[in-house]
Structure formats: C-alpha cells, structure tokens
Design a protein around this ligand. Structure first.
Ligand SMILES: [Zn+2]
Length: 80
C-alpha cells in the first residue's frame, strides 16, 4: 500500500481531515489494473487516485474528469 503522501506538495499526510483522496477518470490501463486486482484478489493504491492537501484538493477536484496524468500536469504547471 502506498503511504499517504500529498501529491504536488510531496508532504506526508498527518491528518486525514487535512486533505483527501481524489479518484480521477480511469484510463484503459487503470481499468485493466482493476480487473487484474480483482482476479488476484489483491489490494493496492489505485493508479488513478492520489492524495491532495487542503490547498490543492479543490483544484484537483475540478480536474477529476481528466485522467490523472493530465490532471497532475496541469496542477504542476500552475505551481503551488
Ligand atoms: Zn498540496
């Protein structure tokens, strides 16, 4: 399991109420990942989900209709 670390800020999650996990639009590879996990009854951090701090949560949430790689690129290019 991936330890909760905020995306963009790269800070460790201290308080669950300080931010949140956002599920982005699933890419084909993400759907395949889910199918694979189901088959092996595995658990893991979904490749299409990421933790965000309070500061970035709202902005990231606005981009959740995009696949995670595109959304992160936008968030990073806008700076912190
Ligand atoms: Zn942040």
């Amino acid at each position: 399991m991936k330890p909760p670390i905020y995306c963009i800020c790269d800070e460790k999650l201290k308080d669950m109420n300080d931010g949140g996990l956002i599920d982005f639009k699933k890419r084909l590879s993400d759907i395949e990942w889910e199918k694979h996990m189901e088959k092996i009854k595995g658990v893991g951090h979904p490749p299409y989900a990421e933790w965000f701090c309070k500061k970035h949560y709202d902005k990231a949430s606005e981009l959740k209709h995009l696949p995670i790689d595109k959304a992160l690129k936008i968030l990073m290019s806008e700076g912190t």
